[in-house]
Design a protein around this ligand. Structure first.
Ligand SMILES: [Zn+2]
Length: 320
């Protein structure tokens, strides 16, 4: 009897394990099928998403909502024609008693999202979010992990493409503060860490489009991004830069090579550093003694980079 129950228990456990792994596999397959189906539908222009300011979405199609569209036009007008910033626009709408859609109040971020939304000039970009884990179904912002689906002139625009681009160029310019440093320098892990070899500017992240319409991230010299190839402007200033752009995946690959190297040279690096510190201390003592002997000697000598150079020299990047 006992035996029977034990066997049954073991069996049940095994069966449960098999069943749960089958269920998991089914869930994965279903998720793949749903993804595939959704992608086909997205490519055909079916809209996934909720209604928004200016557009009602019914049965996967977008219809202009005139009441909301007027607010959208007003926002773009304030940004592009009157040159107002997102904060000012938010305050003015709030003061005018205009009610926002699905937000408690007008905020800078709400205005920014509207000005950056390409739907208002008739384009549709799908896959801005995706579900990386088929078990948790959590949504994540797509920063290039999945291909975007971009359909131009997909639906009736609320504002012209020209106005949309003008407003967005202003936003781009505003994202760079007065001293030339990007305001949002910590947007990506490499932001502000890549410098242009030609002009010394920081490299900035830009989305680029492939011939087939998919988008990828690349890094470009900020000066080149702003002013293009080197040339002389109307005031006679030399502007622009010929710095090449680098795809993000190349940056990651380079970083991996450097990291591998660092790991490999770890011991020697620490030894070199310790030695350099010891040398610096010895040198300081020698200089102190020198000074006592000859108080008029000119300044302190900078401790040599002798030992550190031995380590760095292996990479060929240090002059001896
Ligand atoms: Zn440059």
């Amino acid at each position: 009897m006992n035996d029977n129950i034990n066997t049954l228990d073991g069996d049940a456990e095994l069966r449960l394990a098999i069943m749960s792994s089958i269920a998991q596999e089914e869930s994965r397959k279903t998720s793949e099928r749903v993804k595939w189906g959704q992608r086909r539908q997205m490519e055909q222009g079916v809209v996934f998403g909720r209604s928004m300011l200016g557009y009602d979405i019914r049965d996967g199609k977008m219809y202009i909502n005139e009441e909301g569209a007027q607010i959208v036009r007003l926002i773009f007008h304030k940004a592009a024609e009157e040159g107002k910033g997102t904060r000012v626009i938010a305050r003015e709408l709030q003061e005018a008693g205009i009610a926002p859609v699905r937000a408690r109040q007008w905020q800078s971020s709400v205005i920014l999202r509207i000005l950056r939304n390409e739907k208002y000039c008739g384009d549709l970009v799908q896959r801005k979010t995706y579900t990386p884990d088929y078990l948790s179904h959590d949504k994540k912002y797509n920063k290039g992990e999945e291909d975007f689906i971009i359909l131009q002139n997909h639906h009736p625009p609320i504002i012209s493409r020209e106005l949309f681009e003008r407003a967005n160029r202003i936003l781009d310019a505003r994202a760079v503060s007065q001293d030339g440093k990007p305001k949002y320098s910590k947007r990506y892990p490499f932001s502000g860490k890549i410098k242009c070899a030609r002009c010394g500017c920081s490299y900035v992240a830009r989305c680029r489009k492939r011939k087939d319409g998919t988008v990828y991230r690349a890094w470009r010299c900020q000066e080149a991004n702003k002013n293009g190839q080197p040339h002389t402007d109307v005031d006679g200033n030399q502007i622009g830069c010929s710095g090449q752009s680098i795809p993000n995946e190349d940056v990651i690959r380079i970083m991996q090579l450097v990291m591998d190297r660092l790991h490999f040279d770890h011991q020697e690096f620490t030894d070199g550093l310790l030695q350099a510190l010891q040398d610096a201390c010895t040198l300081e003592q020698e200089q102190l003694q020198d000074r006592r002997r000859n108080p008029h000697a000119s300044g302190w000598k900078i401790p040599g980079r002798r030992v550190l150079c031995r380590t760095a020299g292996q990479n060929g990047d240090c002059k001896r």
